[in-house]
Design a protein around this ligand. Structure first.
Ligand code: TMP
Length: 212
């Protein structure tokens, strides 16, 4: 058995520009961990299935307008409404692979010109990831992949600003992976990092909180 009954799961976050491959790598990681017998769930923010999530979804589809600060706080609220479930899952041994988290919140809002410290403030006290995997892809390359769905932020000029904000945000603990490599190669690199992290958490690493 790969699991110790009293050990916790890992909080693993994938970040990166739109079209950087986060969603497909999340599902590959999910299958991999599941295949090894770990308890694992894939989460995604924004979670569009809540009341707050509906407001966010409508904003992203350009069906409603909101002040930049207001939408920022909704994205944050959308994480807060899932915080206690997140903690319960982790403590009961489930590893969570989370596609976007607070770093998206800060990167996208500060790319609009909001103050970065103001953007971080409502995230303070959320659970800190055990691992942040940044799928690094130049905005031009991401745009070439096509499939920008026409949502509010899916435009090259804006994505360039987001890339810059992510650069200001990341710290040495982030693992930066070249998302331009073949998917199998990206998967291999991510898998190694994830296994290290899952092991560290199983061995008793404490849960901590943002923003540290
Ligand atoms: P998605 O395409 O991953 O569902 O995300 C929808 C958009 O919302 C994407 O352009 C990134 C953006 N976003 C924010 O602006 N703030 C946030 O806190 C999150 C999670 C996403």
């Amino acid at each position: 058995n790969n699991r110790k009954s009293n050990s916790r799961g890992a909080l693993i976050v994938l970040e990166g520009l739109d079209r950087s491959g986060k969603t497909s790598q999340s599902s590959r990681l999910h299958s991999y961990l599941e295949g090894l017998g770990y308890l694992v769930e894939s989460w995604h923010f924004p979670d569009r299935n809540t009341g707050v999530g509906h407001m966010i979804s409508s904003y992203l589809a350009n069906k409603s307008q909101l002040d930049d600060h207001a939408i920022h706080l909704l994205f944050s609220a959308n994480r807060w409404e899932k915080r206690s479930l997140m903690e319960t899952k982790l403590r009961s041994g489930t590893t969570l692979i989370v596609d976007r988290y607070s770093f998206s919140g800060v990167a996208f809002s500060s790319a609009k010109g909001l103050d970065i410290e103001w953007c971080k403030a409502p995230e303070v006290g959320l659970l800190a990831p055990d691992l942040v995997l940044y799928l690094d892809l130049p905005p031009e390359k991401a745009a070439e992949r096509g499939g920008y769905g026409g949502e509010r932020y899916e435009q090259l000029e804006f994505q360039k600003k987001v890339a810059h904000s992510y650069q200001l945000l990341h710290d040495p603990s982030w693992k930066i992976v070249d998302a331009g490599l073949p998917v199998e190669e990206v998967e291999k690199q991510l898998t190694e990092m994830v296994m290290d992290c899952v092991t560290t958490c199983r061995n008793g690493k404490a849960l901590s909180q943002l923003w540290s």
